[in-house]
Design a protein around this ligand. Structure first.
Ligand code: CA
Length: 616
């Protein structure tokens, strides 16, 4: 090598290292932006990039202070904590990163809020929630079925594959949902699930700040909520605090120990919610319930970690504020650390005091489910702060009532005894009630598509206390077994080009399907204005001779519901038994037939639920 060659080689090396060092590598800054005027003045900003921890960070912006710059075990992370004073104005915060002589400025945006936190309304017992799985409802945009670089492609033949449903498909059918009489929609999670298989359901999130591109963009999601609001529909977002997908970017480069629950070998949760409530449970069982993984491809997050705890609370607030949401559905409420859930719910309700959150608590006993509802006086003093819970015990009782003949504790007695336990709940009227959902067998399967039973379940759901949730497709008698989720979450007919039947237009539906759909539509639209159902008290009478009778009533309105659970016989009502609530009423109007009825001569056909508005 000549001197010149040596000189050139040294120069090249120096230039290369200089050029590399020129760049401060910032790959992610989360939250993507924030707002002024939030009640909590503290903001955590996660900065991710190669060796970003070697940076000195400074900020000069009026009324915003950089409180803390935290480095952690992994040098690719920095956690910045800012204090945003009430006087701070919207604008771009110049976050200056300096490594040696190299500087880089990231302009972090603080926006104005569209409305105050108090102005956010939420779902109430006046609402009925339509639950739909975005991948399985309607394919409104074929161009996003297959996205280059995403792990799982389109395969409609695979029950566990991606079927191409998307946000555009939902938007295209909002008028159907609205005309049916539903007032809100709950979408299973829409955030990115870039997992190699079974990614369609959305519960293995790989980016907490990005809508899955196969559904659309963040902006598409925001616009969908806006369109819903313009049509008078509310939107409830499904959120997951317990786990994420193993392809999540931060799982592949963990910030520190204690971000997730790690074990020497794969360790599953015992899935026994009772251990958390049980005064006799071992710590071993309690701990495994919360720290064990849900599935091999779903790492269990440790919400006790200060940095992760803040990250996740802010993430949920970010989506509420960005998309102007109307409520949250919290997935697997008993699985994250319960102290964290209480902290999380209070942080959300601090910003949005009129907000509603429903926690999923999948158990068949009110004593266990009620433990997780805000305001419950638990022996251990725990209060989750989550206003609503999913009433699984009632779902099982509704199914049992309709599918069994009446006996001492079977058939309608099963429903009666379940509702007799309402004192367990701090607010039973706030429970989200349902007969089926995306995880348990569809009622059309349970009832073998018996149209009488389908109508009974609909009538019960729309008149009992609570906030009804309806699973997409149930209104057209769609089947789906609980032990095969891929088929349970089947495609809504009419959502795909070339579908032979179309639930939205009734094309190709059987007369029975149309009958059930029209029945559901009629009751839903009646319920919209039924004050006694929204806000009325509930009183029921012991089932007698296959008849179960209950009342919903306010000072000015009374609705009487008569369940005839006999499979063969029309039953005449002995109204004297119900004098306590019938006193003063002379006439009744049958909500389903619009016919007036004589209170002294009321008959209800076999296996039906009759609904009467009482008149003085
Ligand atoms: Ca699509």
């Amino acid at each position: 090598m000549t001197k010149l060659h040596l000189f050139l080689a040294v120069l090249t090396t120096l230039l290369t290292s200089y050029t590399q060092a020129q760049k401060i590598d910032i790959q992610r800054v989360e939250p993507l932006h924030w707002w002024i005027g939030m009640k909590n003045p503290t903001l955590q900003i996660l900065v991710y990039g190669k060796d970003i921890a070697n940076s000195k960070v400074t900020l000069a912006y009026p009324n915003v202070k950089l409180l803390e710059v935290v480095t952690v075990e992994n040098p690719n992370y920095l956690f910045l904590y800012l204090h945003i004073m009430p006087e701070a104005q919207a604008g771009k915060l110049p976050l200056k990163f300096k490594q040696g002589k190299i500087e880089f400025t990231h302009n972090y945006e603080l926006k104005n809020r569209l409305k105050a936190g108090e102005a956010y309304k939420s779902f109430t017992p006046a609402d009925v929630m339509y639950l739909l799985m975005p991948d399985r409802f309607a394919n409104g945009d074929k161009s996003n079925d297959q996205i280059a670089g995403m792990a799982q492609g389109y395969d409609r033949k695979d029950d566990f594959g991606r079927h191409g449903g998307d946000l555009k498909g939902i938007e295209n059918n909002l008028d159907y949902i609205k005309d049916m009489g539903f007032t809100s929609i709950w979408l299973n999670p829409v955030l990115e699930n870039n997992q190699p298989k079974e990614s369609y359901h959305g519960y293995a999130i790989t980016d907490f700040y990005k809508v899955d591109r196969r559904f659309g963009t963040n902006e598409d999601y925001r616009k969908l909520v806006e369109t819903c609001h313009n049509k008078g529909l509310k939107v409830v977002k499904d959120v997951v605090l317990n786990q994420c997908g193993n392809e999540h970017w931060f799982i592949k480069d963990l910030p520190m120990k204690g971000w997730i629950h790690e074990f020497p070998e794969y360790t599953r949760s015992n899935f026994r919610l009772s251990t958390i409530v049980d005064p006799n449970a071992s710590n071993f069982d309690k701990t495994l319930m919360v720290t064990g993984w849900f599935d091999k491809h779903m790492p269990d997050l440790d919400e006790r970690n200060r940095f992760f705890a803040d990250y996740l609370i802010q993430n949920n607030i970010w989506w509420i504020e960005y998309a102007q949401l109307d409520g949250l559905r919290l997935d697997t409420q008993p699985y994250p650390h319960k102290e964290y859930v209480a902290k999380w719910s209070r942080a959300i309700l601090n910003e949005y005091p009129n907000f509603n959150i429903v926690g999923e608590v999948w158990e068949d006993k009110p004593s266990v489910v009620s433990y997780y509802q805000a305001g419950k006086k638990n022996p251990d003093g725990y209060d989750s702060g989550v206003p609503s819970i999913t009433d699984f015990p009632l779902a099982f009782a509704i199914n049992g009532c309709i599918n069994e003949n009446d006996g001492w504790d079977s058939g309608s007695s099963k429903l009666y005894y379940m509702l007799a336990q309402d004192a367990q709940y701090s607010n039973p009227a706030g429970n989200v009630i349902f007969a089926d959902n995306h995880d348990i067998s569809r009622i059309a399967t349970n009832f073998n598509q018996d149209i009488r039973k389908m109508k009974m379940a609909t009538a019960l759901l729309l008149t009992l206390r609570g906030i009804p949730q309806y699973l997409y497709g149930t209104e057209i008698n769609m089947k789906g077994p609980g032990d095969n989720h891929g088929i349970l979450r089947t495609d809504m007919p009419g959502g795909w080009e070339g579908d032979a039947t179309n639930a939205f237009t009734q094309k190709g539906l059987t007369a029975e399907q149309i009958d059930l759909q029209n029945y559901t539509k009629k009751l839903l639209n009646w319920r919209k204005n039924a004050q006694a159902i929204h806000a009325g008290k509930f009183m029921h009478f012991l089932p007698n001779d296959n008849l179960y009778v209950y009342f919903r009533y306010t000072d000015s309105e009374t609705v009487m519901v008569v369940v005839n659970n006999n499979p063969n016989d029309t039953k005449k009502l002995d109204t004297k038994r119900y004098a306590e609530r019938l006193n003063g009423f002379k006439n009744a109007s049958n909500v389903l037939t619009n016919e007036s009825a004589d209170l002294n001569n009321l008959s209800v056909p076999a296996k039906t639920v009759a609904i009467f508005e009482l008149k003085k």
